[in-house]
Design a binder for this molecule. Structure first.
Ligand code: WQD
Length: 350
């Protein structure tokens, strides 16, 4: 029996890929998820990939009694990887209170439950490079100043890190916050991947849905930025490289190698690509010509951001391995599987 790890939001995009890496590393996993942005079939898909079905419980982490009762039933949780949060930048502008309530209340209840455990679990938290806004210097390091958030979503990540920082010192719950850059791609099996519900906000699912014919045309938001080809630059990272980093961070905490109560690491590749370069990579890798056109800038977009990954490379001993072409190839394989009804068939098999 491996150590038991709670993965909140574990049926989601990054959560599900992380559960697979945890199981591969010998951990026992239990997922809690309110299924607001994922489907339960993903748990079956994880089992198809690893041969081991994670425990799963559906409930809302802002329902405190349910969360307290859960922790009473699982007193042996050694670590928590906390993904559960609303994450759509645009939606957070339209409905800030939903984001502050869901993202912050669920974190506070989680931390209070963890504090009450006889053996306090370790915490790995899903943060975001959004906390940097538009950095003054690139590549951006963890020492860069956290800037005025560009959205309520980004602000919930900043506030969450501050809550974790203060509480880790007081409670002794050793914590690591991982600042993701742009996670894209899918597991090599093409049995799980990004599952945007409704019209995708993010670039790569919009690319693959346009390529498969689900969307008419991709809109490229802005071509007048101060970048080589005028389009925004991002540090795209394969979701499986990202997932692996969560296991490494968790093991660091379980082995009590953390140097401070709350550590922060950038998770990127260290290389930035423009929107046009991302499109070119997709077309070259898949052979599919994409229908796209320029429009005006998208409000709130950062012009260019990519990570200085030195700290994660040297301290965590982790480095992203997959390149942009592989990210695009796996995203495309997953999109084609979804179009072939891979998830619907699961429904039918029930
Ligand atoms: C990337 C680039 C767009 C869609 C956000 C959050 C971040 C994380 C990932 C949660 C930008 C351009 C996009 C489209 C486009 N979310 N684009 N046409 O905004 O960098 O990051 O999602 O963890 O925290 O901030 O990602 O994929 O939306 O955009 O031209 O249809 O693609 O303008 O330059 P973003 P994105």
């Amino acid at each position: 029996m491996g150590k038991k790890i709670l993965v909140t939001g574990g049926s989601g995009y990054i959560g599900s890929h992380t559960v697979i890496e945890l199981q591969k590393s010998g951990f026992d996993t239990i997922i809690i998820d309110n299924l607001s942005n994922s489907i339960p079939e993903i748990v079956d898909q994880i089992a198809r990939i690893t041969g081991k079905k994670p425990l799963f419980e559906k409930f809302d982490m802002t329902a405190r009694p349910a969360l307290e009762e859960f922790f009473k039933r699982h007193a042996d949780i050694a670590g928590v990887i906390h993904f559960a949060a609303c994450k759509a930048v645009g939606e957070s502008v339209a409905d800030p209170l939903k984001y502050y309530h869901n993202n912050l209340v669920s974190l506070i209840y989680l931390l209070e439950c963890m504090r009450s455990q006889k053996n306090q679990p370790k915490l790995v938290f899903s943060s975001s490079c959004t906390v940097y806004g538009q950095p003054d210097q690139l590549p951006v390091t963890e020492k860069a100043p956290v800037k005025q958030a560009m959205s309520p979503y980004g602000n919930t990540k900043q506030i969450s890190e501050e809550i974790i920082d203060d509480s880790a010192r007081q409670t002794g719950i050793a914590s690591i916050s991982l600042r993701y850059f742009n996670p894209i791609g899918a597991h090599e099996s093409a049995l799980i991947g990004e599952l945007p519900i409704g019209v995708p906000n993010n670039l790569v699912p919009f690319i693959t849905q346009t390529a498969i014919g689900k969307r008419e045309q991709l809109t490229v938001f802005g071509n007048d930025y101060n970048t080589p080809d005028g389009t925004c630059i991002r540090d795209y990272i394969h979701v499986c490289d990202l997932a692996r980093a969560h296991v490494v961070a968790l093991q660091r905490l379980l082995e009590e190698k953390n140097e401070t109560p709350h550590e922060v690491f950038n998770l990127g590749t260290g290389t930035g690509y423009s929107v046009l370069e991302a499109i070119q990579s997709f077309e070259k890798t898949t052979g599919v010509k994409l229908n796209w056109a320029f429009s005006g800038r998208r409000p709130g977009d950062v012009e260019k951001v990519w990570a200085d990954t030195t700290l994660a490379n040297l301290t965590l001993g982790w480095k992203a391995e997959k390149g942009l072409d592989e990210m695009m190839a796996t995203a495309w394989a997953w999109e084609k599987n979804m179009a072939a009804g891979i998830l619907n068939n699961l429904n039918k098999n029930k």
